[in-house]
Design a protein around this ligand. Structure first.
Ligand SMILES: Cc1cc2nc3c(=O)[nH]c(=O)nc-3n(C[C@H](O)[C@H](O)[C@H](O)COP(=O)(O)OP(=O)(O)OC[C@H]3O[C@@H](n4cnc5c(N)ncnc54)[C@H](O)[C@@H]3O)c2cc1C
Length: 473
């Protein structure tokens, strides 16, 4: 039984960051207690694919892939237009590889094989990096949480479930514990790892208003505990924020309501057109860049496909099925027309441009296997998809509005330094306070570098926070 009168470290939140912090603090010999607001541990981490971005790993080496933390850092900073603090990002990139090895040492299984997607264990293309860095573990986010939870138990760290930390104890300029269920619990350091605020509309309005641009199409896949309590802790302690205005929205069709595991996928044979009736992107581009490309268009964006594509959709999913598309079309919410000219009229784009776009598509990938304009054959190959999708040529034709509307995670957190220590508004570490994961701001940037960015952040910065919180006592 944990001695509540002699705690070194309290961890707030039992997702990837919190569990990594608790285990690493315990490895330093600290007496640790973890609070989790929900009935079970795991948070968004448990719901995730568990993909981890890391460089210079044993998995990459076994596959003959030459990579380094320095290369990871350069790519990360460039994609984020150097709007992040290089010192923090360098520390993150340097520790991400060793953190993956630490997880493997704890029992995580990442086989050294190439993987074509985020769900097949192995190494996959995570984003738009030149070297594959997406490590997909067996049993995905669930497996990852199980590994950490076993390590937690083995190190004697108690997890108090169903107990939401309401406030920090902030005395004489330092954090000295937490308040939960009306009880004060003291510790020498606290790690805030309470995740993001995707389920809090007021905080979205203040810190990530772009998410609300999706209007009625917005749906949130983050775990229910993502209420943004770390932002209240920032108010309470004078903590600074970083990452304001940023988060991850995935592009989806307006009628989609689930993550693609349940929603299914749009047909491979589709083109995205803008309000000029022009194709403007690789439809399978990584979400490291796809939402940004869509947002950069000066009007709505449409997925255009045909009847053969609709009928070819697999059944058994919630959203992208032949029946659901027909239902949306019958209700008049998804445009359907007998000719491309009539479809153009329905969605208000120039008919000549739409016909030209579809003709060019038909003459390229389906005919030759190459897409001279957008190089889509490369993303299809990385996904292991057939290189030659069908032409768009069988009436009726369909157009579904596509927009960034699936909210995965938020990036505004308590500003941390390279030790995961929380900074006050003058940039000075607040004694006794550390943060990690979505609750710790500064690593997740304006551009999500690809699948694995957020889990790598949670595990890596969680591990750093835990060991520094233990060392601070
Ligand atoms: C469907 C889905 C798929 C994803 N896939 C990937 C992926 O493959 N790779 C990737 O990198 N990212 C992915 N992400 C994002 C990634 O999973 C998260 O950003 C990351 O796991 C967050 O970890 P965390 O520890 O910060 O937060 P969480 O895992 O959400 O943990 C925070 C925990 O704190 C608890 N909590 C909140 N407030 C309190 C409080 N006051 N007191 C006590 N406990 C509290 C919550 O209940 C929760 O359990 C995905 C997300 C989702 C939703």
């Amino acid at each position: 039984m944990t001695d509540l009168d002699d705690l070194d470290v309290i961890v707030v939140g039992g997702g990837g960051a919190g569990l990594a912090a608790a285990v690493s603090a315990a490895e330093q010999g600290a007496a640790v207690l973890l609070f989790e607001s929900e009935r079970e541990l795991g948070g968004s981490t448990q719901l995730s694919a568990g993909l981890i971005t890391a460089a210079g790993t044993s998995v990459q080496r076994a596959l003959g892939i030459d990579d380094s933390a320095e290369r990871h850092f350069q790519h990360y900073m460039d994609l984020n237009q150097w709007q992040l603090k290089p010192g923090l990002v360098r520390a993150f990139c340097a520790a991400a590889g060793p953190t993956l090895e630490w997880m493997i040492g704890l029992g995580l299984d990442v086989p050294a094989v190439l993987s074509s997607d985020a769900h097949t264990p192995g190494l996959s293309r995570a984003g738009v990096e030149d070297v594959w860095r997406g490590h997909v573990p067996r049993d995905q986010g669930y497996g990852l949480v199980q590994v950490l939870d076993r390590a937690r138990k083995a190190r004697g760290v108690e997890a108090v479930l169903n107990t939401r930390v309401a406030a920090l104890l902030f005395e004489d300029g330092r954090v000295a514990g937490v308040v939960a269920d009306g009880i004060e619990v003291r510790a020498r350091s606290v790690v805030v790892a309470s995740g993001g605020f995707a389920h809090n509309p007021d905080l979205l309005r203040r810190h990530y208003p772009d998410a609300l641009d999706a209007g009625d199409s917005l749906f949130v896949v983050a775990a229910p505990g993502s209420r943004g309590d770390h932002l209240a802790f920032a108010e309470q302690t004078g903590g600074a924020l970083a990452g304001d205005g940023w988060g991850l929205m995935l592009p989806t069709a307006y009628f989609q309501r689930y993550h693609h595991w349940q929603a299914g996928f749009p047909p491979a044979s589709r083109v995205y057109v803008n309000s000029h009736g022009r194709r403007f992107m690789d439809e399978d581009a990584s979400y490291a860049v796809s939402s940004g490309i869509i947002q950069a268009q000066d009007g709505p964006v449409w997925a255009v496909f045909d009847e053969k594509a609709r009928l070819g959709l697999p059944t058994g999913y919630a959203d992208w099925t032949p029946a659901r598309v027909a239902e949306e079309a019958a209700a008049g919410r998804l445009a359907q027309a007998a000719t491309l000219d009539a479809l153009a009229d329905r969605i208000g784009v120039p008919a000549h441009a739409l016909t030209t776009t579809v003709t060019r598509w038909n003459e390229q990938l389906p005919e030759t296997g190459t897409d001279a304009d957008f190089l889509r054959e490369q993303s299809l190959a990385a996904k292991g998809a057939p290189a030659r999708p069908d032409p768009i040529a069988t009436a009726p034709y369909y157009a579904a509005r596509v927009l960034p509307a699936e909210l995965v995670c938020t990036h505004t957190g308590l500003e941390i330094d390279h030790r995961a220590a929380v900074l006050d508004r003058a940039g000075t570490p607040i004694p006794g306070l550390f943060a990690a994961g979505e609750a710790g701001g500064g690593v997740l940037g304006m551009r999500y570098v690809g699948g694995g960015n957020a889990v790598a952040n949670a595990l890596t910065m969680g591990r750093i926070a835990g060991s520094n919180a233990a060392a601070a006592v």
